[in-house]
Design a protein around this ligand. Structure first.
Ligand SMILES: Cc1cc2nc3c(=O)[nH]c(=O)nc-3n(C[C@H](O)[C@H](O)[C@H](O)COP(=O)(O)OP(=O)(O)OC[C@H]3O[C@@H](n4cnc5c(N)ncnc54)[C@H](O)[C@@H]3O)c2cc1C
Length: 213
């Protein structure tokens, strides 16, 4: 019997989670608290309680090639940076193409899941901080006090990744790097007027003014 998987929310993340589960032979059940798919991309004139929503005129700020689901390109004739209504159209096409709607229970809200740690514990991927402090204090400090990033759940258990330690220890640098200002060499502007011409010009203007009065 296929394993059942609960998916919370029928926004873009929920839709592709349903599809991925189906591909793996799992049985997804998606719980969506509102009456429709799309999450924040479904614009409603009157905001729904508890659902974030875009405003009427929002246009995507990542290109359609970046924003599309990797196995379902946004149609060629859709603009690169499109209005939110076109993105909703695309989500509906995706849901229809992979027959996802029948796995969604609309108007069903799921209670708050306290924290990622609870799931991580159940899966056996939660880092053991005490052991880490004894064996690798530098890493332990970063896990305990650094930003909570997904790599820390790849240190052990199923899906353990050899690069996880390095990724955790270098995450701050990777965040900062693109924000650093670049060193730009100053080049003399081709339009700049040489100083000698400026001085001569100023003298000529002064001479003309004195000659006139
Ligand atoms: C103004 C704005 C502009 C953006 N522009 C872009 C962009 O151009 N490109 C881009 O890629 N990303 C953009 N984003 C990021 C956007 O968050 C993602 O594109 C996408 O909407 C995230 O999808 P999601 O499914 O994770 O969350 P959401 O779209 O928020 O969907 C969450 C869904 O879960 C449901 N839900 C929540 N809690 C529960 C519960 N307890 N029980 C049941 N259902 C629940 C909600 O009703 C909702 O349908 C933008 C975000 C904003 C706010």
């Amino acid at each position: 019997m296929a394993k059942r998987v609960a998916i919370i929310g029928g926004g873009s993340s929920g839709l592709c989670a349903i599809k991925a589960c189906l591909q793996e032979g799992l049985e997804p059940v998606c719980f969506e608290r509102s009456r429709d798919i799309g999450g924040l991309w479904r614009f409603e004139e009157n905001p729904e309680d508890g659902r974030a929503s875009i405003y009427r005129s929002v246009i995507i700020n990542t290109s359609k090639e970046m924003m599309c689901f990797s196995d379902f390109p946004i149609p060629e004739d859709f603009p690169n940076y499109m209005h939110n209504s076109k993105i909703m159209e695309y989500f509906r096409m995706y849901a229809q193409h992979f027959d996802l709607l029948r796995h969604i229970r609309f108007r069903t809200s799921v209670d708050y899941i306290p924290y990622m740690d609870e799931l991580a514990c159940q899966l056996g991927v939660k880092p053991n901080l005490l052991t880490l402090f004894l064996t690798d204090p530098r890493l332990a400090l970063e896990v305990a006090f650094g930003p909570c990033t997904p790599y820390q759940y790849r240190l052990r258990g199923p899906g353990a990744w050899a690069g996880a330690r390095e990724a955790i220890l270098t995450q701050q640098q990777r965040i900062i790097k693109p924000l650093q200002t670049r060193h730009v060499e100053e080049r003399p502007s081709a339009l700049a007027v040489p100083l000698i011409f400026k001085v001569v010009g100023a003298v000529a203007i002064l001479a003309a003014v004195f000659a006139y009065f």
